[in-house]
Design a protein around this ligand. Structure first.
Ligand code: NAP
Ligand code: GDD
Length: 339
């Protein structure tokens, strides 16, 4: 039985990856950091199938001990401070967890089990102020946030350990991927959660920032399989994973409201733009300055050709299906609460 250690197990991707690895017959160890209350909502259904182990990316010795004791065949490093706006408020912490934390894990592997295969959760946020359209493995990075900068460090330290110590270490440069398990501060889930709350009269309207930002959004459940496939290749290589299609925040909101039976129309411009329900004249969306970022990443679009050729990558869920799935899940959740 192969052993996999997954950091960030309580996060969106960790929970989907654990589902996938268990199906593949792995023994899964899920790394959790100490919290005053348990935070197992996304992995509740796996509580007795995963072995939870405690450590922290900020603590070198805890990682050494983990690798020594588990002797994993594969490590998936998904843990990070992953919310871009927080990285402006806590840039040093973000650098420690999202950047240097990766070096700590790689050191633990180098000293305790150097034949462990290592997956690093790299990000399209590294492309930032994009240098070409669409973005591939060869596109130069230009990060626009402390989070993006930390991910670039993490990316290159992974390349460096591969080249210096012959560790099977790869980076998956993943574009935005979403699901009903997405954190509610990220824009997609913020929208679908608000749509459901408005539908059930629990919220009046939704405040958003830059409606023109465009992302290449895919489904998290499709993406975790690619993480695993990257570690099953003969030689360690980095891959871009995305759908090759981008949509704006405004598009995402429009489709979400439509999916819940609203007929939304956009009026006004920039800071005064509003989403109005055509049938009732009620304002559903307003733009608020507080959700704008000091430096925006305007347009991310993947060129996933390498993953298509070498990993057989083909996303199963379309953008419209993804939005529908997220809206339906939130409607169901609030239907139960409102009864
Ligand atoms: P997420 O839902 O925010 O989960 C982050 C996980 O990291 C949580 O389990 C969190 O634990 C854990 N964590 C944070 N700091 C830690 C520390 N110091 N020590 C140990 N664990 C720590 O993120 P996600 O969306 O699943 O993303 C997974 C990874 O992929 C992240 O590295 C993210 O930056 C990267 N990524 C995500 C996307 C995307 O679109 N989702 C795209 C590209 C790259 P707690 O539950 O205790 O907070
Ligand atoms: N969060 C949020 N809230 N974003 C908003 C809002 C809002 O109210 N209004 C507009 N946006 C815009 C942001 O300005 C950004 O351009 C876009 O929506 C997406 O924001 P997020 O959903 O917060 O995601 P992100 O692209 O910044 O980061 C996510 O994807 C990265 C991969 O590119 C995270 O998952 C990162 O961890 C990941 O690396």
């Amino acid at each position: 039985m192969k052993k996999a250690l997954v950091t960030g197990i309580t996060g969106q991707d960790g929970s989907y990856l654990a589902d996938f690895l268990l199906e593949k017959g792995y023994k899964v160890y899920g790394m959790v950091r100490r919290n005053s209350t348990e935070n197992f909502e996304r992995v509740e259904h796996l509580r007795y199938s995963i072995q939870f182990v405690q450590a922290d990316l900020l603590d070198q010795m805890s990682l050494m001990k983990l690798i020594r004791e588990i002797q994993p065949d594969e490590v998936y490093n998904l843990a990070a401070q992953s919310f871009v706006p927080t990285s402006w408020d806590q840039p040093v912490y973000t650098g420690e967890a999202t950047g240097i934390g990766v070096t700590r894990m790689l050191e633990a592997i180098r000293y305790e089990k150097p034949d462990t295969k290592f997956y690093q959760a790299s990000s399209s946020e590294m492309f930032g102020k994009v240098q070409e359209m669409p973005q591939s493995e060869k596109t130069p990075f230009y990060p626009r946030s402390p989070y993006g900068v930390a991910k670039v460090y993490a990316h290159f330290i992974t390349v460096n350990y591969r080249e210096s110590y012959d560790i099977f270490a790869v980076s998956g440069i993943l574009f935005n991927h979403e699901s009903p398990r997405r954190g509610k501060e990220f824009v997609t889930r913020k929208i679908t959660d608000a749509v459901a709350r408005i539908k059930y009269g629990l919220q009046d309207k939704l405040e958003l920032g830059n409606l023109d930002a465009k992302r290449d959004w895919g489904y998290a459940g499709d993406y975790v399989k690619m993480m695993w496939l990257m570690l099953q290749q003969e030689k360690p290589e980095d891959f871009v994973i995305g759908t090759g299609k981008a949509h704006s925040v405004r598009d995402f909101a429009t489709i979400s409201f439509n999916a819940a039976g609203f007929d939304i129309q956009w009026e006004g411009e920039e800071m005064n733009e509003r989403g109005i329900d055509v049938r009732t004249g009620k304002t559903l969306v307003v733009v608020s300055e507080k959700f704008f970022r000091p430096a925006e990443v305007h347009h991310l679009l993947a060129n996933p050709q390498k993953a298509k050729d070498k990993l057989g990558w083909e996303p199963e869920l379309s953008f419209e299906q993804l939005v529908q799935m997220m809206v339906e899940a939130d409607l169901k959740r609030y239907e139960k609460i409102s009864k």
